[in-house]
Design a protein around this ligand. Sequence first.
Ligand SMILES: [Zn+2]
Length: 401
Amino acid sequence: MTSLLVRGIGELVTNDPALGDGSPLGRLTDAALVVEGGRVAWVGTTTEAPAADAVEDLGGRTVVPGFVDSHSHLVFAGDRSAEFAARMAGTAYSAGGIRTTVAATRAATDEQLTAHVAKHVAEMRRQGTTTVEIKSGYGLTVRDEARALAIARTFTEETTFLGAHVVPEEYADDPAGYVELVTGPMLTAVAGHARWIDVFCESGAFDADQARTILAAGRAAGLAGRLHANQLGPGPGVQLACELELVAVDHCTYLDDRDVAALGDTGTIATLLPGVEFSTRSPYPDARRLLDAGVVVALASDCNPGSSYTSSMPLCLALAVREMRMTPAEALWSATRGGALALARDELGRLSPGGPAHYVVLDAPSYVHLAYRPGVPLVLDVRGGPTPEPPRADPNSQLGL
Ligand SMILES: [Zn+2]
């Protein structure tokens, strides 16, 4: 097993408070790390670095843990740019637009869906994401949900059954019948391909009683629960997530004091998805209020064709700083370590000796540049992690730039 010494790291964020400056970011300057067999073998300063089989000097650039994007909906077909344009012209967003994508997804072949997921996963990887969670939820039949999760599973272990995304048109007059389908034959068909089960608990989608029933069925089938909640308005979802002690509840845009207190008390992670508010021109969740109440916050992209068609964790991080009153340090932590904890993957989102070496090289002197230079492609290299490596650009091709 060959070892690689990466030195000349101007700033290294480990997210391990036992390392470096003792802050949650575990930050070191003039740092080095040794990688062996895909794991971090050593972390310290360049001057103390041990010998290794190979050496790479980063010339003062920054290294951060790979982003852990704990919320995405990548198995879909079709395009909703016209809907986005209409919304920017003043039309309000509603959950019903999901049905447009359902029709396109059902009509797509397995090969088309797989190629589409691969393209988006590669896009995420280029922007520094090393772990991604992928949900179903645009099939909404036994066959289409099962194939969505089978396809998602070829890209990540973090797959989530979201049959309860919206009640499909054919069950519009029988939502109870659809809940029976989701908790019965559909759950049986998908259980082998999913780690998590999720419900869109929102007015126009599923209410708290339905969500409770669906999460209980999922738990009995061995799937851990998560929830979409309090996105479009106040609602019971966050309370339900806390009562059931779910690992994470996602969106959390409209919270009352009781919701914030429950999150702080139970430790259920609030996953905030600022790409949604950006793309729907909606008020952002108040991350500062949550952080000040001791709530653990994660950031994710919610990449989906309707309400947040960005795959960029750096963009989400910048929005969180600018629009949600997070500091650059808090936003980086939430986009890496926070995402890992929201997926109950304690070994991810940090660079600790013995742990996986999933990291991003930024062409910048500090991680602060992720928010300071929004929209700039600072990700120079992405190492390790389960998201597949995209094909390298052919260095001989001339683009005429
Ligand atoms: Zn979502």
